[in-house]
Design a protein. Structure first.
Length: 122
């Protein structure tokens, strides 16, 4: 691999009338660098992904009411649950999309630099 610096690429995804999973998987695919000819598993490429119109996502009522995000605090009785509609009301649809994309990125040291290149706009 050459040591030449790659040019930064920007991918724009329009989320209007699309489901959250399809938008998130497309964004994760681009963030991993799989759309680039310079793809390398061990590098976070300078790829910026912009998801526009996140507020116009197609979210069925069943998904919004039924999807539950859980995390464990580490303490006894520390299992915390938040429904999707509560998270949208509290933090906005942008955080829901960001969390969905984050779940599709591998859990390694490159996850944080890759997620910094994700921009979600309502």
């Amino acid at each position: 691999m050459t040591s030449a610096k790659q040019k930064s690429a920007t991918y724009t995804i329009d989320a209007t009338n699309r489901t959250i999973g399809r938008v998130a998987s497309e964004a994760a695919h681009a963030l991993l660098g799989k759309r680039s000819v310079h793809f390398a598993k061990n590098q976070a490429l300078p790829v910026r992904v912009v998801i526009e119109n996140a507020s116009k996502l197609h979210l069925p009522e069943r998904r919004v009411k039924g999807k539950v995000y859980t995390h464990y605090t580490g303490y006894p009785g520390g299992l915390r649950e938040v429904r999707m509609d509560e998270m949208i009301a509290k933090k906005g649809i942008e955080d829901v999309v960001r969390k969905t994309v984050d779940g599709m990125i591998p859990r390694n040291k490159l996850r944080t630099p890759r997620m910094k290149n994700l921009i979600v706009t309502a």
